[in-house]
Ligand binder design. Structure first.
Ligand code: PGA
Length: 250
């Protein structure tokens, strides 16, 4: 089997301005001509149209950072998967730890968001990960398995269509990265869990996220079950993001 292309997804979070986005996307487009990995930018909803235009002519895929679990209707403030599709969105992050933590998103809601995304042709990037307290209490395996199990339970028939992102909460935005071995251990167990639900677990991209940067990307991406990265802070700096893309193209 030829190894699958890695996927490098930038998560801008709630950052950007029209002017800064313009410079950033142009620099990424110009710098990634030789990329042999897939690249996506998950941008704030108001900037989807801008980035859709800026990425034109490149292979960059567009992503959103969240999606409603509902199809349409009286859900003030929500953005539907159908609307995202109209803007050419290919991916939507669901269940990011910041949404679980600050917006009370439960495993069940995350599973429903994944289902609605899939039903509308948007690939969910399902985030799982333990907090520092959970890791120190030896609960890492239990937590990530529970989070993924909820998504498998609701989406079992098309689970090979999702992307999974393992993002230890203690590594997000902290500069404290999981070691390649720590990350690989969790990725392998997530792959095994997917394998119990689908014969195609090998084709599922399992991304690592949490302070991935230009310096540590290569060693993380060299792990057998790390199929790419979900990049926060470093995706806002074109040179850093391009170095990660280069590491994923090696
Ligand atoms: P970070 O964020 O790269 O800034 O740690 C990753 C994420 O939250 O997706």
């Amino acid at each position: 089997m030829t190894p699958k292309r890695k996927l490098i997804a930038g998560n801008w979070k709630m950052n950007g301005t029209l002017e800064a986005n313009d410079a950033l996307v142009r620099a990424v487009v110009a710098g990634m001509k030789q990329a042999r990995c897939d690249v996506a930018l998950c941008v704030p909803a108001p900037y989807l149209a801008q980035v859709q235009m800026l990425r034109h002519g490149s292979t960059i895929d567009l992503g959103a950072q969240d999606v409603s679990a509902q199809e349409q209707g009286a859900y003030t403030g929500e953005v539907s998967a159908k609307m995202l599709r109209e803007f050419g969105v290919r991916y939507a992050i669901v269940g990011h730890s910041e949404r679980r933590q600050y917006h009370g998103e439960t495993d069940a809601l995350v599973a429903d968001k994944a289902r609605t995304a899939l039903a509308n042709g948007v690939t969910p990037i399902v985030c799982v990960g333990e907090t520092l307290a959970e890791r120190e209490a030896g609960q890492t395996v239990e937590v990530v398995k529970r989070q993924l199990a909820a998504v498998i339970h609701v989406n079992g028939h098309c689970i090979s269509e999702i992307v999974v992102a393992y993002e230890p909460v203690w590594a997000i935005g902290t500069g404290r990265t999981a070691t390649p071995e720590q990350a690989q251990e969790v990725h392998a167990l997530l792959r095994k869990q997917l394998g119990a639900a689908t014969a195609q677990a090998e084709r599922v991209h399992i991304l690592y996220g949490g302070s991935m940067n230009a310096a540590n990307a290569a060693s993380l991406l060299a792990q057998p079950d790390i199929d790419g990265g979900l990049i926060g802070g470093a995706s806002l700096k074109a040179p850093d993001f391009l170095q990660i893309i280069a590491a994923a193209s090696a």
